[in-house]
Ligand binder design. Structure first.
Ligand code: PXP
Length: 242
């Protein structure tokens, strides 16, 4: 039998809407609490270098108020490391970050950045933060994650979400193979980016995947059906696929 699959709800884009007007609402912490009530197993928030959505104050409040684990997405910078060490979230997912990008494009080059990442991973691990690396489903990157001794990787499903037909099937195979390779080597596998009700099932069905992190679609769907329903329906789609 497949092991259970957790849903991490990314609340960044509640903050995007708030920041569009420089007002105090909608409040991403309120959204996180509601998502938790509706069945989210964790909350993910990306504190970007430019603070375009989530702010330092949001991270402080999420750390203090959440009844479920917080997964802090962060770039591999000294500033973000300091913030993570101060708040010690349950997990920290290291992502590549470019100022000009609309969203996280492509995975982290864990293979090319070993020397930069190794001390960060060690420092975070020393305060019991579960470190994950957001990487492409590429055996080279998984081997690099093994060398860095991270407990978790998150596979980037952005390409899969954009493709269709045979090309999508091929990308799904790469994701599946990558998940099997990582799990065989003792690394917990998460996945995320661009997932929707329509494309989540094949990813949720990969037996080694233990957690999905989903944001943009759920927050957009909440406009039409409310956040609780949006989260519940995703939970059901994941459970059915399992
Ligand atoms: N996982 C990671 C590491 C991400 O950077 C993002 C986007 O912030 C997501 C998951 C969620 O992607 P989406 O908002 O497209 O669902």
């Amino acid at each position: 039998m497949n092991e259970s699959l957790r849903l991490g709800v990314n609340i960044d884009h509640v903050a995007t809407v708030r920041n569009a007007r420089g007002s105090g609402y909608p409040d991403p912490v309120r959204a996180a609490l509601l998502a938790a009530e509706a069945g989210a197993d964790g909350i993910t928030a990306h504190l970007r270098e430019d603070r375009r959505h989530i702010t330092d104050a949001d991270i402080a409040r999420l750390s203090a108020e959440l009844p479920i684990p917080l997964n802090l997405e962060m770039a591999a910078t000294e500033e973000m490391l300091g913030i993570a060490l101060r708040h010690t979230p349950h997990a920290a997912c290291i992502v590549p970050e470019k100022r000009e990008e609309l969203t996280t494009e492509g995975g982290l080059d864990a293979a090319g950045q070993h020397n930069r990442l190794a001390p960060m991973v060690a420092e975070l691990a020393s305060v019991n933060v579960r470190v994950s690396l957001f990487i492409e489903p590429d055996p080279r990157q998984i081997e690099a994650a093994m060398r860095l001794a991270v407990p978790v990787i998150e596979l980037h499903t952005g390409k899969y979400a954009e493709l269709s037909g045979a090309a999508q099937a091929e990308e799904l195979r790469r994701l599946s193979d990558a998940a099997a390779l990582a799990a065989k080597n003792g690394i917990e596998v998460h996945a995320g980016h661009g997932l929707t009700y329509d494309n989540v099932a094949p990813i949720a069905a990969i037996p080694q995947v233990r957690e999905l992190n989903i944001g943009h679609f759920l927050i957009g769907e909440a406009i039409f059906v409310g956040l609780a329903d949006s989260v519940r329906r995703m939970r059901n789609a994941m459970d059915e696929a399992r």
